[in-house]
Design a binder for this molecule. Structure first.
Ligand SMILES: [Zn+2]
Length: 757
């Protein structure tokens, strides 16, 4: 028989296993050019053990192969010159010829063409047994957990802490509880924690998983533990070995009894992962990352305990065959959540589609936040998971290829397979599966994303929101034109930078929604909406909203503005002038109203009135007062300043003043002309009569002063004057005056004599 080293995993897995199992490689004899210095030629027969060493921290694993001969108790680690044979698994009988290494290892050439068949019959029986009985991995797994300290390093977790992780977590998150839940009660873990023991190993020792486990077994046996009664054996060892050995845990893949090693012993899913290897599971991968499918415990560590993916559920035999449907024709299918009790599930929980080119299968499944899966990454929910897996029973890695949301498409052009998620509910999803033929266009609601969902700004500010729109039609639809329109509160302004986006299926376009709030908008949270529509496809309507938070701006107090109308008035001394004074509150809009007291400043000796005495003003508001100023009657002609000021005991910043000019102009300064033609007459011996010609004045003669013998004896507005005198000689003259008090010089004098009796 010929074994093809490059064979890929396939649906011919049983025959592959058989071909592998019949393989007995004979390594080159001593003298092989690649390894002459490794020692003597050696041969050995035994049973293979495969151990995966998990370096989660660096997202890489290594595989060790061991060969054990039960009869001679000889043990060897196998080193391959190149890749080991594909599909080499725990339990395979094998005879090897190679070169002995100094540490008991055997160096093998992987590309040897030499084949022997001595173990073929036994292995075929094993494979046959596996292909039928391995349908369900079941039963309570009796497990001994041995805490093994090194001479210079110790496990810091207590036995009871490790007991909780494995068997009895009070919160129900133990390894036992997880396996019971995810296997629908098929598998549990029970047992005991032994130790801690100190084994004769230090951190300076070379990494030796098997040797350390042997030493831990011996220590536990010496303390009275019957190791042979525990088919599952898990070793908890110091974390210092994580860096020394380059791994956080390791697990034998399949076989019984089995061994698992945990160095990162505070992390529950490391235990689950290594015990999963013991149950014969390989890694939950993605094409990009060996540990990338963290919907499964066989992936990266450090996540909450969770269920296993669809391929593993089938591999372990935990999903009843009746709940697994293999799809061979195009149609619409429902897949129920993987976590549901199979008896309760409303539809098959695993859909399989043959990948004809390789013999693998695609697995469609749906996950829901039920039980421990409540801790799954939210991105795993509401989406159909598409996995690829080689076969049912053999430990090949599973690959998650896609997570479909509604209208999401997985397609395999080579095999003519298209899977579209049509819709989903809390416990199921509906998919359209196309096998061969031409898939049809499936329109779907586009996905609208608005960012940020909320922004703050002062009233009147312009804010921009990024709009992202993804066409979720499947790949068989033509491009569509999506109309974008913004809706903003009344009195606000909104605009979209790209009112129309033309998008092919799967494409994402972007635009900007600009929103300007009203300057008068009160501090509050407002909503702006973006509506997407497509007259050609009603399923293309979607809308989203975002918050615009108008913030209360800081209040800034400022001096009010004071203005006079007019800014100047003039009048003669003693006259009154009226001014209108406007006062404007210059505080910022967010300030409360203020009451301003009004005061006046006028020249000394003047009088004034100001009304009202106070004004109450909101920010930006203006009010008026009236100032009436009366100048002093003796005010000299000049320009005077009159002032109005504001004060506010609550707000010193409200102190301000404004002013206007009050111009006092000079009065009548021109004297009347001199009165002329004064004549005097005497009658009845003592009666004196005076008459004169009128004086002339630029404004007007107010009257005349009558002067007799150098004394002013009377004033009169007339042009005559009479009086009765006694004997004597008298001399008169007359002076004219005007209203402003200007006086003329004396007019002509007249004299008369009155004889005494
Ligand atoms: Zn692993």
């Amino acid at each position: 028989m010929q074994f093809c080293l490059n064979a890929r995993p396939s649906r011919r897995r049983i025959s592959t296993l058989l071909r592998l199992a019949t393989l007995v490689v004979a390594a080159p004899l001593a003298g092989h050019a690649a390894a002459p210095a490794h020692g003597q030629p050696t041969q050995m027969s035994g049973v293979v053990t495969q151990i995966v060493l998990d370096d989660f921290a660096n997202q890489t694993s290594r595989v060790e192969y061991h060969l054990d001969d039960a009869q001679s108790h000889r043990h060897a680690t196998l080193h391959f010159d190149g890749a080991p044979p594909e599909g080499l698994r725990t339990g395979a009988p094998w005879s090897v010829s190679g070169v002995a290494g100094g540490d008991g290892s055997i160096q093998l050439s992987a590309d040897s063409a030499s084949v022997q068949t001595q173990a073929a019959t036994q292995t075929m029986q094993s494979a046959t047994t596996q292909s039928t009985a391995a349908a369900v991995v079941s039963g309570v797994q009796n497990t001994i957990v041995i805490i093994a300290n090194f001479t210079n390093a110790a496990v810091t977790s207590t036995p009871s802490q490790i007991q909780n992780i494995m068997f009895s977590d009070p919160a129900g998150h133990s390894i036992d509880a997880m396996f019971r839940e995810t296997s629908f009660g098929n598998v549990g873990f029970s047992g005991q924690v032994a130790g801690p023991f100190v084994i004769n190993v230090s951190t300076a020792s070379a990494c030796n998983l098997a040797g350390w486990a042997d030493a831990a077994d011996a220590a536990a046996t010496a303390s009275g533990v019957n190791i042979s009664s525990y088919p599952r054996r898990l070793y908890v060892m110091p974390t210092t070995e994580m860096s020394v050995c380059g791994m956080q845990g390791a697990g034998q893949v399949g076989g019984s009894p089995s061994r698992a090693w945990v160095f990162d012993y505070t992390v529950s899913d490391v235990y689950a992962h290594e015990l999963g290897h013991n149950l014969n599971m390989a890694h939950a991968s993605t094409p990009a990352s060996e540990y990338g499918d963290v919907s499964d415990d066989m992936a990266a560590s450090g996540y909450p305990l969770r269920h296993f993916n669809a391929p593993h559920m089938e591999q372990m035999g935990w999903m009843p065959a009746g709940n697994i449907r293999t799809i061979t024709t195009s149609g619409t299918y429902t897949v129920a959540a993987l976590e549901l009790s199979p008896a309760q599930a409303p539809a098959p929980q695993i859909l399989k589609i043959l990948k004809t080119d390789t013999g693998e299968f695609y697995y469609l499944s749906y996950r829901a936040p039920l039980g421990l899966d409540s801790g799954l990454l939210t991105g795993y929910f509401n989406r159909v998971h598409v996995h690829k897996y080689a076969g049912n029973y053999i430990a090949y890695d599973t690959y998650r290829l896609a997570l479909l949301d509604d209208a999401g498409v997985f397609s395999d052009a080579t095999n003519g397979i298209t899977v579209t998620q049509v819709s989903h509910a809390s416990d199921r999803a509906t998919v359209q599966v196309q096998i061969g033929g031409t898939p049809t266009c499936q329109r779907a609601t586009p996905v609208l994303a608005l960012s940020p969902s909320s922004q703050n700004a002062a009233a009147g500010s312009k804010l921009s929101y990024a709009v992202s729109l993804t066409n979720k039609d499947n790949a068989y639809c033509a491009a569509s034109n999506f109309s974008l329109a913004g809706v903003v509160p009344s009195g606000w302004a909104g605009s979209v930078s790209a009112p129309t986006l033309s998008l092919a299926p799967g494409a994402t376009g972007s635009a900007t929604l600009s929103v300007t709030s009203a300057a008068t908008a009160a501090a509050a949270t407002y909503s702006a909406t973006l509506n997407v529509s497509d007259p050609a496809n009603s399923s293309h309507a979607v809308s989203g909203s975002m918050a615009y938070v108008v913030q209360a701006a800081a209040c800034t107090r400022s001096a009010p503005a004071i203005a006079f109308t007019p800014t100047s008035r003039s009048g003669s001394a003693g006259s009154s002038q009226s001014y209108t004074v406007s006062i404007t509150n210059k505080d910022s809009n967010s300030c409360s109203a203020s009451t301003l007291s009004l005061g006046k400043v006028i020249p000394s000796g003047w009088s004034a009135s100001l009304s009202p005495a106070t004004v109450s003003l909101s920010p930006g508001a203006t009010s008026s007062a009236t100032l009436i100023v009366t100048s002093a009657s003796n005010a000299a002609a000049s320009t005077y300043t009159v002032q109005v000021n504001t004060t506010d005991s609550a707000t010193p910043a409200h102190g301000a003043s404004g002013s206007a000019s009050d111009v006092v102009v000079q009065g009548d300064t021109q004297a009347p002309s001199v009165p002329t033609a004064l004549t005097a007459s005497v009658s009845k011996r003592t009666n004196v009569s005076l008459t004169w010609q009128a004086a002339i004045d630029n404004v007007g003669v107010a009257g005349y002063e009558i002067w007799r013998n150098g004394v002013r004896v009377a004033t009169t507005a007339s042009r005559n004057y009479a009086e009765v005198l006694t004997g004597g000689t008298y001399t008169y003259y007359v002076v004219a005056y005007d209203a402003a008090g200007n006086r003329s010089g004396p007019g002509n004098s007249v004299s008369l004599t009155i004889k005494a009796r």
